[in-house]
Write a protein that binds this ligand. Structure first.
Ligand SMILES: [Zn+2]
Length: 449
């Protein structure tokens, strides 16, 4: 029986259909979830929950799932929406040179803040509660992560940030990138808050010299942090690694100590089986981003083989969307297409989103994610979903892919704090004003590039 001792951020989600996605999916109807001190402390049928005098959220007729986690994104990508007139790209390097490197080079600190706000609000609207970002703004490096952290704080989500160090803009910008990571990692370690974490960011093997990799690795190891880097996104990354060091991208990163249980390698499309084994042996997480990969025509990562070889695979959006269930669907279609078998990959891609991302976020934040049970983070997404066909534990994931993904998120909660309820943001932010300022800044940014 509950007493009225209401802890900080104590919240009762009442009478929902709980769809637990961690491990084997399970379904419980008419259940309530108690969140205290940011963590789920009790899950029970509504009538057995007892008295409670704190904040309540009515989930009757709705489906409650663990908050979604975005394993790899770029907030600044929010400012590319609608951008036209860039030179057409013939390949992946063309996409980087004609679009992304022009855009990120022109970002100001205020652009970093507003593009992050836009992306974070979009995440809340799609039930994402933890977002792992990879940031670049070569013209405004110093303080860029603080500006983004400000947006993370204001939206109440959990964010893991990093600055992507690269040699592509010269030695000065590279040094600024190293310093920004070090400074921000120290800040996060000193604060040790529940909502903000950092990794050491690196762009990709093909824009990093041996000397820079060695220096970054040394700094990261001293700080006992992991790294977040793009790896083998296109064949060009592999070709460059072989030219430079007569080994593949994964082996090159391993040699410098960039891989490990705290590190994330995004993409890993063009990796050999030996490289997959290397990722598994080092415990490195792979962030799979199928929408971005299909859009850039760089290939389809073999998630099925990686999972078979014990690689921890998670799912990200690479800035393409804030909607993790949309990404899940595309991940599934991509595996079907890639393997030529329409029944392959379901377990692997659902596992990447619900189990892989939960494991990755758990390593970073030191909390348990991905479940609706006592001891897990009080992060949930509540969907308006009235299933038109029978819904049970056994077919729950199929409903997620084909039904929930098409439904609206009604309520988003992080650590017991309600960030959106009945599709209305519960933040100290005026969304229309944020969008208006973002539009103004994005327009000016487009003119500069
Ligand atoms: Zn990326």
């Amino acid at each position: 029986m509950l007493t009225h001792a209401v802890m900080n951020r104590s919240l009762l989600i009442e009478n929902g259909t709980l769809l637990s996605t961690g491990g084997a999916a399970s379904l419980r109807r008419g259940h309530s979830v108690l969140i205290e001190g940011g963590v789920i402390t009790r899950v029970a049928p509504r009538e057995r929950m007892g008295r409670f005098s704190g904040r309540r959220v009515d989930a009757a007729g709705k489906v409650v799932i663990p908050g979604l986690i975005n394993g790899h994104t770029h907030f600044y990508g929010a400012f590319a929406r609608g951008l036209t007139g860039t030179k057409p790209a013939r390949d992946f390097l063309g996409v980087l040179r004609n679009l992304w490197w022009r855009l990120d080079s022109a970002l100001t600190t205020e652009d970093c803040y507003y593009s992050a706000l836009v992306a974070l609000i979009d995440s809340i609207r799609h039930g994402a509660t933890t977002v792992i970002d990879h940031h670049s703004s070569p013209g405004a490096v110093g303080g860029s992560l603080d500006a983004i952290a400000c947006a993370v704080r204001e939206t109440g989500l959990r964010g893991c940030l990093c600055y992507e160090v690269s040699d592509r803009d010269g030695a000065r910008v590279m040094r600024e990138g190293l310093a920004e990571n070090v400074r921000f990692i120290r800040r996060c370690q000193a604060e040790n808050g529940a909502g903000l974490r950092a990794l050491f960011g690196l762009h990709a093997s093909f824009t990093l010299s041996d000397a820079t990799l060695e220096e970054a690795a040394g700094l990261g190891h001293d700080l006992q942090t992991g790294f977040h880097i793009h790896a083998a996104e296109a064949q060009a990354d592999q070709r460059a690694a072989r030219r430079r060091s007569r080994m593949g991208v994964v082996q090159r990163l391993r040699r410098f100590g960039i891989l490990g249980r705290r590190s994330i390698a995004a993409h890993c499309i063009h990796v050999s089986r030996r490289e997959m084994d290397s990722l598994a042996e080092t415990g490195t997480a792979v962030a799979h981003n199928p929408q971005s990969n299909l859009n850039n025509a760089v290939g389809i990562a073999d998630v099925i083989e990686m999972a078979r070889r014990g690689v921890l695979v998670g799912l990200g959006t690479d800035g393409m969307t804030a909607d993790m269930l949309e990404e899940l669907r595309v991940a599934l279609w991509a595996q079907h297409l890639g393997s030529g078998d329409p029944s392959e990959g379901f377990e692997e891609v659902a596992g990447a989103l619900f189990n892989g991302n939960a494991e990755v976020a758990g390593r970073i934040f030191g909390l348990r994610f991905g479940g609706i049970r006592a001891g897990c983070a009080g992060d949930v997404a509540i969907f308006d979903y009235d299933p038109p066909t029978p819904l049970a534990g056994a077919n729950a994931l199929s409903h997620v892919v084909f039904g929930l993904s098409q439904a609206q998120v009604d309520t988003t909660i992080v650590g017991g704090r309600v960030l959106m309820e009945h599709r209305r943001l519960k933040l100290d932010l005026d969304e229309a004003r944020v969008n208006a300022r973002a539009r103004e800044l994005a327009g000016k940014l487009w003119q500069r590039i």
